[in-house]
Design a protein around this ligand. Structure first.
Ligand code: ZN
Ligand code: ZN
Length: 471
């Protein structure tokens, strides 16, 4: 009896000991790729197919057009992800995707109203501090857009915009010589607010210096895919976390609409690159040690060519522990937890919750951006008039500034025009923040607002190839 009890005690001690050793090994990353999938994966790759709507994704899966995504889903699952808490556009969605935080904490409210994400808040930096420094985990950030997933400083943005300005002046001169028969009516071009608002630096400006690779530049899938393989190969010997961004579905959607073949073709091409990444993992014997998450930042409007109200995203993964859908912030929370980070203890607090167990009760609302934030991002009254008073009559009308909430704030006497005095009165009262370059728009920019906008030229699509991506 006594002997039995003692031997049981010994057994339990042995068990505890081996559990402790296993936990140690898990944390050091030695134990992985065994039996029922990795305990702590060596590597995680997060891929974003920008702007691929859930409905089209499901259609293409049904038609067996995405064989590589299908095989990933067969290993794990496909989940519904909703864009909540902010407008359904690229900048705030990526800030959320790579931090798990809300807009108030990241400061990234929309494509136009944003600031750099505070240092230490991204998955990359959290993992570095979890594993004990940048040598302990390699971090790769590869994006196919320059601005909305970018990390440029105010100075770099200014230089790029000045270059664009010059290009546009040249184009405008050419167009003038060509005598346009039907000059278009004045309007704010889609994405023009990219140039309207002040800058402290792009969302990942404070992040980029901490990473092994930060490469964000406008590029097509064919270029992005090759670079994915190059960077992965460079860091394969070490533990790594890679974020790989493909911009093509978004661009095709804006050019040709959600119903187009071009939009579908972009997804099919991204799937091809997923296949190449999976083949590479196989070749390098990393398949069992690597979790893959493929997702998007927003959908597209029904039958549309924009994504003003497009919250239907998705997540495909080989992570068997993912058993439910959620919001974008749940994806970084899941990734951090898989690497062994105690997600609940993080500060600032994540809004994301790992994608397993009971789905939490929470609001999927997308509240408007606080007017104070919008106002703070406007330039001075003088610059505002240079930009918006298209007919130079000293007044800004709703036609010239089709942003009702801001218009109302500036139109103090509610007579449907903003005078210079009104603008000065409102804008001079703002809290004085002094970003290095509060406004990059030159008066000639007005010419651009009058010009017809090809989607690829609109600010929405970021600037053309720029050397600033390679920092
Ligand atoms: Zn996007
Ligand atoms: Zn877009």
């Amino acid at each position: 009896m006594e002997k039995n009890r003692r031997s049981r005690k010994v057994q339990i001690q042995a068990l505890l000991k081996s559990a402790a050793v296993a936990a140690l090994l898990m944390n050091s990353g030695i134990l992985h790729g065994q039996t029922a999938g990795p305990l702590v994966p060596k590597d995680i790759i997060l891929i974003c197919w920008d702007g691929l709507d859930r409905s089209v994704l499901r259609e293409l899966l049904d038609k067996q057009k995405l064989p590589n995504l299908k095989s990933l889903i067969d290993e794990g699952s496909l989940q519904d992800i909703e864009v909540a808490g902010h407008v359904t556009v690229t900048k705030p969605s990526h800030a959320e995707m790579l931090t798990g935080l809300d807009t108030a904490t990241t400061g990234v409210y929309s494509n136009a109203v944003y600031r750099p994400i505070p240092e230490g808040c991204t998955i990359f930096e959290r993992l570095q501090s979890h594993f004990g420094g940048p040598q302990a985990i390699r971090t790769i950030f590869l994006a196919g857009k320059t601005a909305h997933v970018g990390g440029r400083s105010p100075e770099e943005i200014k230089q790029a915009m000045e270059r664009q300005q010059k290009q546009r002046q040249k184009l405008a001169a050419v167009a003038r010589r060509g005598q346009r028969a039907n000059p278009p009516s004045p309007r704010i071009a889609a994405g023009a607010d990219d140039t309207l608002f002040s800058r402290e630096g792009e969302p990942f400006y404070l992040t980029r210096k901490h990473l092994d690779v930060f490469d964000a530049i406008q590029r097509e899938a064919s270029a992005a895919g090759l670079l994915c393989l190059k960077y992965l190969d460079q860091y394969k010997a070490d533990r790594f976390f890679a974020f790989l961004h493909f911009s093509d579905p978004d661009h095709a959607g804006h050019r040709s609409g959600i119903d187009s073949q071009e939009y579908r073709q972009a997804a099919i091409e991204d799937d091809g690159w997923l296949g190449k990444i999976k083949e590479w993992l196989q070749r390098e014997n990393l398949s069992d040690k690597t979790l893959l998450y493929v997702t998007t930042d927003h959908g597209f409007d029904e039958h549309g060519s924009s994504h003003a109200d497009a919250p239907h995203a998705w997540l495909a993964t080989n992570d068997k522990k993912v058993t439910r859908g959620g919001i974008i912030a749940d994806i970084p929370a899941t990734i951090l937890e898989r690497y062994g980070v105690d997600v609940k203890s993080l500060e600032p607090k994540l809004i994301g919750i790992p994608l397993e167990g009971e789905a939490p009760q929470r609001s999927l609302a997308r509240p408007p951006i606080p007017v104070a934030k919008l106002l703070a991002s406007l330039p001075s009254a003088e610059e505002l008039f240079a930009l918006l008073d298209l007919n130079r009559d000293g007044k800004i009308t709703p036609d010239e500034f089709p942003r009702p909430r801001l218009f109302q704030r500036l139109d103090l006497n509610r007579d449907k025009t903003i005078t210079r005095e009104e603008a000065e009165k409102v804008l001079s009262k703002r809290a004085k923040k002094s970003p290095a370059y509060p406004l990059f728009l030159l008066p000639n920019e007005v010419a651009r607002l009058n010009a017809p906008v090809r989607p690829e030229e609109s600010g929405h699509f970021d600037s053309p190839a720029s050397p600033f991506g390679h920092v």
